[in-house]
Structures are given as structure tokens and as C-alpha cells.
Design a protein around this ligand. Structure first.
Ligand code: S3P
Length: 429
């Protein structure tokens, strides 16, 4: 077998207790804010993800000292005005969150910086952050005014009032992070809520942030103060295991200390609405981020349409929901999700191609897909499209297909969940 291919065989059930890796989105934010805060920030259960390693690498280039001891990361903050001119390009690897969020920070620096990334990241749109950051007064240039390399000449920023044209937490966060460096109060307006980890973390670092329905305000020039944090488990990683357990009868899975922030936990609500047996047992929150143990038992699932304001909340879980669609009574219809085409791969095209290889009937739309219910997948060989979430979603399909599903290019799971295949093997039988 190719070294980078993994085969997942049909399983009867999922059983066990799992602690999934720390949340990727939260880890990025705590590391970045730690870098521009005064004092030391200690982050326990920091995500094992390669993407978060890219963020730490970029911070290192900017003169931030980072120590790592197992899953604990210590960031020696340089304060609002202490980052150093990088001696070379900032490599964001595969990570959209690294380049988009950090471009907000770099816009506030009195020096030039340039972001580069891998082939996938180099195909992803950056104009969405360039537009608002230019309005602050920064100068940004990119290939075709949209693609990496992205060069930023930061400077004297003036606060803006910005209405998000796309429901994107990455764009919102880039604006808020630039707002920390700007003169005046920056306002971001969003018509559909997206994940709010930046707002939560800014407040914990002592920033002056106010949130109301659809509006976030941050005052510029307020110094941040480092602290100690524990990152909750990543619900987007847990989602693959939850999906597997929810559909295999006889399964009993417990996931420990998972982040269930309202702006991220739509996946659980959607599955519950589809009849899944999931119990959420809340625990004490960790510095503004709600946490729970999640108990899942296998059952029959009905179908559902997922569209509108659900989409930003479950953007990273849509793939596994599509795969699960084949197991439901009425199928899964996803609409209003054209953003999926701008992720690590064109996730609509990739999911449709792989489902068809496995013999499924799927309809493709510009903004989504329809996967008919009650279909038995036949097994086969699919590609990851170098996209970690495609690899994991189709690993789940192997558990309930008639024959094994082989995933080519499976190593990319390390982008968010390095031990994924080992964990899956341990809990499936
Ligand atoms: C993320 C936001 C989402 C998500 C990505 C992580 C974040 O992207 O898909 O995996 O950490 O802010 P968009 O905000 O671009 O939708």
C-alpha cells in the first residue's frame, strides 16, 4: 500500500472514551494574542495541528519566543509594539486562519511582511481580508490582488466600521485584530453569526470589547495582558467520531472536555434534530469557552436540509454530514454553502467525486449538494484532495460501506487531528 494511503474497513460499532486534540481555532487565537500581549501566556492542551504549528512558526519569525512542553505552549509576549521585522517570509503552510488572522496583526506593524503558503493556500482568496485592512490605512499587495504571496506594509491605522460581505470568522477576526492597533473604535457588523473565539479571547486578554446582536466593537491601543488558558477539545475533530457513533447501532462513545461554544456546536443540534442519541453534559467553562462531555449512542437518522444561518456554524462539519446523508432516511441537502468551494479544496466538488466513486447518487449545486438517503456505499479508493477534512469524512464512510474505503493522501489529517486514524481504529470494532 502507498505509504500515504489508509484503508478503513467496515465496522459494527464504535465504543470507548476519547479526548480529542485541543481546538484549532482557539489555539491559533490564544497564540497570536499571547504574542502581542504583555507578559507570559501559558496554553495547556494546545492543538497538535500542523496549522497551529504554522502560527507558532510565524510568531517565532516576528521575535516571539515560544516554548513547548508536550501539549503546553508558553508564549513570551512582546506587547503591542514589540514584534520584530521578520528576516524572511512568513510561511503559513496550509493554514488560512494563520494568514488571514495574522494579516490583521501585521497591518498594525511599522514594517513590511510577506505571507507565503503551500499550493492549496496559494489558491485561496485573500482579497476578503485585503479590502477591510486597506480601509484601516495599511498597504496590501497580492498576486492578482487576491492570492499569496501577500505583502503587507503596516502602519498608522485608523479604526473602521465594517459590514462583513461574507459570513467568515477569519475576516471578522482580521478586522478585530487590526482594530487592536488602530486609533479609535473599530466596529464589525455580521448578519449571520460566525464563531466568536476571537471576541471571547480578546476579552480574556483584557481588551476593551463590546458585543451586541450582530455587532462587535473593539477599542484600539489597549494593551493586552497574558495569562493561563486550557484549550477545550476541538468539536470539529470530535464531529467525525460523533458521526460514526451516531450512525452505527450499538455504539457508545464518550468524548471528554469538548468545546461547545454556541457558535460552533450546531453539528450536535443538527444531529439531535435528525434523531441522533446525543447527550451533552456541561462542565465548568474554560475562560469564556463552554465545555462538555458528549455521549453518543447509535440510532436511525432522518434526513435534513442544512442552509441559511446554520452554515457558518457547521462549515467544517458539512462534509461529514454529507457522507452521513447516505445513511439517513430522506437524505441530506446542503445549500447556501458556496464557501465550501474556497476551503483547503473545493469541498463540494471533492465530496461529490468521492461519493460517486463509492457508488452514491449525489446532485451537485453551485452552493451545495443533495445526497439521497438509504444508499449503501460500495467501498473503493478515494482521494483526500490534500484536504484533512475530506480524508476524515471518507474514513468515516469506510466504517459503513460494504467493503473497505482506501483514502489516498491520508497524511493530511495532521493538519487538524494527527492521531485520527489510530483513534478511529481503537474505538471501532
Ligand atoms: C475558522 C473559520 C472558518 C473555518 C476554518 C477556521 C477560524 O473559516 O472554516 O476552518 O478559525 O476562524 P471562515 O471564517 O473563512 O469561514
Amino acid at each position: 500500500m502507498e505509504s500515504d494511503a489508509v484503508e478503513v474497513a467496515p465496522a459494527a460499532e464504535i465504543r470507548g472514551t476519547v479526548r480529542v486534540p485541543g481546538d484549532k481555532s482557539i489555539s491559533h487565537r490564544l497564540a497570536m494574542l499571547g504574542g502581542i500581549a504583555d507578559g507570559t501566556t501559558t496554553i495547556h492542551n494546545f492543538a497538535e495541528s500542523a496549522d497551529c504549528q504554522s502560527t507558532l512558526g510565524c510568531l517565532g519569525r516576528l521575535g516571539v519566543k515560544v516554548d513547548r512542553d508536550g501539549s503546553t505552549v508558553t508564549i513570551h509576549g512582546r506587547g503591542l509594539d514589540g514584534l520584530q521585522r521578520p528576516d524572511r517570509e512568513l510561511d503559513a503552510g496550509n493554514s488560512g486562519t494563520t494568514v488571514r488572522l495574522m494579516s490583521g496583526i501585521m497591518s498594525g506593524q511599522p514594517f513590511d511582511s510577506t505571507f507565503v503558503g503551500d499550493a492549496s493556500l496559494s489558491r485561496r482568496p485573500m482579497r476578503r481580508v485585503m479590502d477591510p485592512l486597506r480601509r484601516f490605512g495599511a498597504t496590501l499587495t497580492a498576486q492578482d490582488d487576491n492570492y499569496l504571496p501577500l505583502r503587507i506594509r503596516g502602519g498608522d491605522l485608523t479604526a473602521i466600521d465594517y459590514t462583513l460581505p461574507v459570513a467568515s470568522a477569519q475576516v471578522k477576526s482580521a478586522v478585530l485584530l487590526a482594530g487592536v492597533f488602530a486609533r479609535g473604535t473599530t466596529i464589525v457588523r455580521e448578519s449571520i453569526p460566525s464563531r466568536n473565539h476571537t471576541e471571547v479571547a480578546l476579552r480574556e486578554f483584557g481588551a476593551s470589547v463590546r458585543t451586541a446582536a450582530g455587532t462587535i466593537e473593539v477599542d484600539g491601543g489597549v494593551r493586552l495582558k497574558g495569562g493561563t488558558f486550557t484549550v477545550p477539545g476541538d468539536i470539529s475533530s470530535a464531529a467525525f467520531l460523533i458521526a460514526a457513533a451516531a450512525t452505527l447501532p450499538g455504539s457508545r462513545l464518550r468524548l471528554v472536555d469538548v468545546g461547545i461554544n454556541d457558535s460552533r456546536s450546531g453539528f450536535v443540534s443538527i444531529l439531535q434534530e435528525m434523531g441522533a442519541r446525543i447527550r451533552v453534559e456541561p462542565k465548568a467553562p474554560a475562560r469564556g469557552e463552554p465545555i462538555a462531555d458528549i455521549h453518543v449512542e447509535g440510532s436511525e437518522l432522518s434526513g435534513m436540509e442544512i442552509a441559511g444561518s446554520w452554515i457558518p456554524n457547521v462549515i467544517d462539519e458539512l462534509l461529514v454530514l454529507a457522507v452521513l446523508g447516505t445513511r439517513t432516511r430522506e437524505g441530506i441537502r446542503i445549500r447556501d454553502a458556496s464557501e465550501l468551494r474556497s476551503k483547503e479544496s473545493d469541498r463540494i466538488q471533492a465530496a461529490v467525486a468521492n461519493l460517486r466513486i463509492l457508488g452514491a447518487e449525489v446532485e451537485e449545486f453551485p452552493d451545495g449538494l443533495f445526497v439521497r438517503g438509504q444508499q449503501r456505499l460500495k467501498g473503493g479508493t478515494v482521494k483526500s484532495f490534500d484536504d484533512h477534512r475530506i480524508a476524515m469524512a471518507f474514513a468515516v464512510s469506510g466504517l459503513f460501506a460494504e467493503a473497505p474505503v482506501k483514502i489516498l493522501g491520508a497524511d493530511c489529517v495532521g493538519i487538524s487531528f494527527p492521531g485520527f486514524f489510530r483513534t478511529l481504529a481503537e474505538i471501532s470494532s
